[in-house]
Design a protein around this ligand. Sequence first.
Ligand code: PGA
Length: 256
Amino acid sequence: MKKLIAGNWKMNGSLAANEALLLALGQGLDRASTGIARCDAAVCVPTPYLAQVQALKAVQPGLANLEVGAQDVSAHPAGAYTGEVSAAMLKELGCRYVIVGHSERRQYHFETDALVADKTRAALASGITPIVCIGETLTEREAGRTEEVIKRQLAAVIRAHGHCISEIVLAYEPVWAIGTGKSASPHEAQAVHFVLRAQLKAATDQSARVRILYGGSMNVANAASLLAQPDIDGGLIGGASLKAQDFLTIIAAAKI
Ligand code: PGA
């Protein structure tokens, strides 16, 4: 399975900073050695910058194969939902992916498994691949509840979307590893990915086609060993995706 390396810029950037980052990425991706042909790569940017990214892609040949994604989507198709952005709007702005149910949204915006399933449905209906995030908190891990929590979160996804699960990308992001510099070890991450794959296998015949990304302090030092694990099919990269050279190095580490 081709790996996917997706950057999550979160609420970072400015017109000037984005341009500098994307130009550096474009130059790096232009060089054959970065390996973009061997994996899929994307940047999930703040919604107001989607048009800027598309404009830069149009003039920078190195960015041609870099896909674009958003970081959230409304569960509703249109209407009186002030501040929301629909999947159709994201599609119009060239989004190939949208992150759904990131732990920061579950935590700060009280998103439930049910809402995450509705947002996933909205993305799929517009032809956008949802990157559905799941993961346990530190308290849950320390209480020995990791497996129970991730299985519950994945079960909600399978219940709602089991019939088209291969159109979804999953991201396992232990909450305690996000933005902390404390990544899960390759062994810890693989153990959880193995459980997720087994759950998918038991529920659908498409399990081998579902990409399961790891996210949480993936960086230039640990990317290769995380990505070498048999059930880790890519990465969702926060902090390191804001530095062109780091992001390029992680893309280069993603072999089929
Ligand atoms: P991080 O973020 O790489 O900065 O830990 C990952 C994420 O939140 O998607």
